[in-house]
Design a protein around this ligand. Structure first.
Ligand SMILES: Cc1cc2nc3c(=O)[nH]c(=O)nc-3n(C[C@H](O)[C@H](O)[C@H](O)COP(=O)(O)OP(=O)(O)OC[C@H]3O[C@@H](n4cnc5c(N)ncnc54)[C@H](O)[C@@H]3O)c2cc1C
Length: 416
């Protein structure tokens, strides 16, 4: 059977490794950390995944935590006014629920499953020189090492990467003890709180190493009042800062958070990165080729919560391309075609995410405002997180956006 090396055991690498393994491929998975190190380490993401991405996991019988993880049935948007009051506030129901399973739980669990099923797991932080050697002994080498150093093998695609610096400073806290949400206590939702000119606060439930928890996630415009987490090493100080900023900018979320405590010492994360699309094929010094996967080739800012979704979609797309190739070589043309097929969907995620990082134009503000009065708009916007290609139809172009709002208003759908 064909031999494949996968470097990096995150969402995309593990999903691909387990799926290919179950189809009889001989898979070696290289991870720079053991399952125990991942499980007892620091949180890595908020990893909210929507229906299509979760379905790819289910298709491979990998939804191990589905019954334990909170079901996220809605997506809400609030916009803060100048007095930190809510000037916009709505929630759209998701057609299929979303879920967040702490990557520490999921990646550690999947990695152990891969090894138990007889997979070759190598604990080693791969360097370019290692890949040079391995590219001669495997039929295919894929690099799914996220935003780590190996990305340097893949050239930046400037035409597809409008930003060359980070657009948000990120600060995550996993907490227990968040109070119930008064607006819709009967179901869980991911809430996006937009603070114009300052940044965004995302709040969502998750399944972490100690059971159900909630995540408080600030995205701050660099240099602004939320960009204060750099150099904060003490998790308690990180949480205190998070809460202070919530009290100041999003008091309605703070009201639920007065009794929270961190889930564990690894329950905080701060950082930033520039959203970047890269050329999918890495050329090794010895002439071998490697194929980049998920964040290695398309890394978007988490403002739209798409990276894990995209990693799942990328793994599913690459899986089809690999299987369809049969015994033919995984050559340069195949690698490019494999990426292009994934880019068909990924391009919509990148376009929408980069748009959300900018100052929203008037027609977008109108659209978000109208969603508060017209539930079909809230519903469509919320479900765009599952399939961002739909934003092409009503989001970017002022004429299309205004016509869409007028159409929904004209149908008398306000109370629908
Ligand atoms: C703060 C934050 C919040 C986010 N929130 C969301 C969200 O709500 N929804 C969503 O969909 N996405 C979200 N994302 C994005 C999402 O987490 C990533 O896009 C996703 O995990 C990418 O998956 P991946 O498989 O490409 O890489 P990763 O999940 O990053 O996995 C890469 C793995 O490779 C390993 N590795 C690195 N270098 C090497 C090496 N040299 N050798 C061996 N192994 C190596 C790493 O340790 C890691 O285990 C968020 C990201 C951040 C930072």
């Amino acid at each position: 059977m064909r031999k494949i090396l996968i470097v990096g055991a995150g969402q995309s690498g593990l999903q691909l490794a387990l799926a290919l393994q179950s189809q009889g491929y001989e898979i070696t998975l290289m991870s720079n950390r053991t399952a125990d190190e991942i499980r007892s380490g620091r949180v890595m993401s908020t990893q909210c995944m929507f229906h299509t991405a979760l379905q790819h996991e289910r298709d491979q019988q990998l939804g191990f935590w589905e019954s334990q993880a909170p079901k996220i049935e809605g997506l809400g948007v609030s916009v803060a006014g100048p007095e930190s009051q809510r000037v916009i506030d709505w929630v759209g129901k998701l057609d299929g629920y979303a879920q967040s399973v702490d990557q520490r739980v999921k990646m550690a669990g999947w990695m152990e499953t891969f090894a138990q099923r007889g997979g070759q797991l190598v604990i080693h932080g791969a360097a370019v020189s290692d890949l040079d050697y391995f590219s001669r002994t495997y039929d295919l080498v894929m690099v799914s090492a996220g935003k780590g150093e190996l990305v340097s093998m893949f050239g930046r695609d400037a035409a597809r990467s409008p930003y060359d610096t980070p657009q948000r400073a990120l600060a995550v806290s996993y907490v227990h003890g968040l109070g119930p949400r008064p607006e819709h206590p009967e179901y869980d939702a991911v809430r996006c709180n937009l603070v114009p000119g300052v940044g965004e606060l995302f709040v969502m439930p998750t399944l972490t190493t100690s059971g159900r928890a909630d995540i408080l996630f600030w995205e701050g415009i660099p240099g602004g009042p939320l960009d204060v987490f750099k150099g904060v090493k003490d998790p308690a100080e990180h949480l205190a800062l998070t809460l202070e900023l919530m009290e100041r900018f999003t008091p309605w979320e703070y009201a639920r958070a007065t009794k929270v405590e961190l889930t564990d010492a690894g329950g905080t994360l701060a950082g930033r990165y520039a959203p970047t699309v890269r050329n999918p094929i890495g050329r090794l010094p010895g002439g071998g080729l490697v194929l980049g996967v998920a964040d290695v080739v398309v890394a978007n800012d988490p403002i739209t919560g798409q990276g894990s979704n995209s990693a799942s979609k990328c793994a599913a797309s690459y899986l089809s391309s690999i299987v369809e190739q049969g015994d033919r070589p995984f050559d340069e043309a195949w690698m490019q075609a494999t990426f292009d097929r994934y880019w068909d969907t990924a391009q919509h995620v990148t376009k929408w995410t980069n748009a959300m990082l900018g100052v929203p134009p008037e027609h977008v503000l109108n659209l978000i405002g109208a969603a508060g009065e017209l539930p079909p708009i809230a519903h469509r916007f919320a479900n765009g997180f599952n399939d961002p290609s739909d934003f092409e139809n009503f989001f970017y172009d002022p004429e299309k956006a205004n016509a869409y709002v007028a159409e929904v208003a004209g149908t008398g759908a306000a109370g629908a």
